[in-house]
Ligand binder design. Structure first.
Ligand code: KIV
Ligand code: ZN
Length: 516
């Protein structure tokens, strides 16, 4: 597991703890995560996510619920056949047809669940506690006859009568369940309640306990950690905290908290967390707010003068862990809160050497732009500095002509003529839509000169109607250099092209010489 240096509280809690030395991470991004309204993956996308989770060294991946559809069965089967190091898990109700479908996928591990709260038993399943207990035992015994590992979940456990919950958990163990997963299905617990709940269950059961928390009241991570403090040995998580309603426990948060705050081993390669999160963002279409802990764009960004000064003196002043620990980088951002010290550092990073007066003028321009309500990107800062310092540096890449064709019967295609380093070059590109094809055409030409990757693309509509002004921000990378740039236009394609070209020019400016 990746080791990190952390700058945390020195306060020591003397609360009694029963946490294990190692916690199993059980990822359910492909099952509970896909149950999030609006999220659905193709089989190829599920395979990509499973491979990424395996690279992250997640030991258990719940690949799906095979009984739900032919496509779901097929994808679980294909993921199980990939030969990943992770154990592949299929979800099933304690019914023969569900378990047979899961077995058909050749998984080594079946997760059997059934509701146990009176509310669910009476109003949803219209059955009795006795019948639920009987089905539980029969289902687990049937799965065990086929030699698979069985995990059992009493759904809605945290709203289940405790005596009945203990009775059914014990019956599940006696039937052969090797892991008891306790779902807080609708996220009703607090950390303190969770701790007591798990302590009571642990005292009455033999096999390891697992926590499955939902985030309805924003307490999923805290509740999962409380369950671990009480002795749970496994945490169910989803990348980016996706999942039903407000989501499941976030993988990123639990893994980092366990490493940093608890020194508990998970085996996860934390340096791959940012990449995994970005892949799931792209494939799910659910982009995390910039303020999201650990993986958000602002998690390691600093704008305010005092903070920038602090981070430049010692990163630990405002970064509790090094961004590299989770595969991210620290970023100083120009803006109205920035101090001269920070701006001077960013300008130096741009390879420029302004005089004191020029620096003062640059800082004043940055604040003016910030005051107008605009986020100041790296490309904006460069443009301001160039203007103030009267630098005659020509753009390395200029747009001469762009033609994009799109419609319902053709593949969106773009052709572009660019002036690169004073010479004319033409190229073309296809894509999912007009913006994608235009950007691909530009990249096809420019990548002949320098390898530039587009790491992130976001678009906001500034006004509400179909004539809305598009505000595009891109994150581009060339080697170790990383820049943000922005484009605003009434035409979504041109806003995107403008942002891309500004970012490319920043990366290809004289200070970052192109060779070849
Ligand atoms: O939240 C829940 O109860 C579940 C079960 C299927 C474990 O996802
Ligand atoms: Zn769930």
């Amino acid at each position: 597991m990746s080791k990190g240096k952390f700058y945390l509280s020195q306060y020591k809690s003397d609360l009694e703890r029963h946490a294990p030395d190692k916690v199993w991470i059980f990822d359910t991004t492909l099952r509970d995560g896909e149950q999030m309204p609006g999220v659905t993956y193709t089989i190829d996308e599920k395979i990509l996510i499973a491979q990424k989770l395996d690279e992250l060294r997640v030991p258990r991946i719940e690949a799906g619920f095979p009984i739900t559809s032919e496509g779901e069965t097929e994808s679980v089967k294909m993921i199980a056949a990939l030969g990943l190091d992770a154990q592949i898990v299929a979800l099933a109700r304690p019914l023969r047809e569900d378990i047979d479908k899961a077995l058909k996928c050749d998984v080594p591990y079946i997760h059997i669940f059934i509701s146990t709260s009176d509310l669910h038993i009476e109003t949803m399943m219209k059955t009795t506690r006795e019948e639920v207990l009987k089905q539980t035992v029969e289902g687990i015994e049937y799965a065990k006859e086929h030699g698979v590992f069985v995990e059992y979940s009493p759904q809605d456990a945290t709203r289940t009568d405790m005596d009945y919950l203990i009775e059914i958990c014990k019956a599940a163990e006696d039937a052969g369940a090797e892991m008891l997963n306790i779902p807080d299905t609708v996220g009703v617990m607090t950390p303190r309640m969770t701790y007591e709940f798990f302590k009571e269950l642990k005292a009455s059961t033999r096999v390891p306990l697992s926590a499955h928390a939902h985030n309805d009241l924003g307490q999923a991570t805290a509740n999962t950690l409380a369950a671990i403090e009480a002795g749970a040995e496994q945490a169910h998580v989803c990348v980016n905290g996706l999942g039903e309603r407000a989501g499941n426990t976030s993988l990123e948060e639990v893994v980092v908290c366990l490493a940093a705050q608890y020194e508990i081993e998970t085996g996860i390669d934390t340096t791959k967390i940012a990449d995994t999160s970005a892949l799931v963002e792209r494939l799910s279409g659910i982009y995390m707010p910039s303020s999201t802990p650990i993986i958000g764009d602002n998690a390691f960004s600093h704008e305010a003068g005092i903070h920038v000064h602090g981070v430049l003196s010692h990163s630990g002043n405002y970064e509790i862990l090094s961004p590299e620990f989770v595969g991210k980088r620290s970023r100083l951002v120009a803006g109205k809160h920035a101090g001269r010290h920070g701006i001077s550092n960013m300008i130096e990073d741009l390879g420029l050497d302004p005089s004191r007066d020029q620096l003062k003028a640059i800082a004043a321009e940055v604040k003016k732009l910030g005051d107008s309500g605009k986020a100041v990107t790296d490309a904006d800062l460069y443009a301001i500095a160039k203007h103030v310092m009267d630098l005659k540096d020509e753009d390395y890449v200029k747009l001469q002509q762009l033609l994009v064709v799109s419609g319902n019967t053709i593949t969106p295609t773009a052709s572009v003529t660019l002036i690169v380093d004073g010479k004319e070059h033409t190229g073309s590109g296809v894509g999912n839509g007009p913006i994608d094809s235009a950007i691909n055409a530009i990249r096809n030409v420019v990548n002949g000169f320098a390898e530039i990757t587009l790491e992130k693309f976001t678009m906001k509509a500034i006004t509400g109607g179909t004539d809305a002004v598009a505000d595009v921000t891109v994150h581009l990378k060339r080697g170790e250099k990383f820049v943000t740039a922005n484009g605003v236009s009434g035409d979504t394609v041109m806003a995107s092209v403008d942002a891309i070209l500004k970012g490319m020019n920043r990366l290809l400016s004289k200070e970052n010489h192109v060779s070849g």
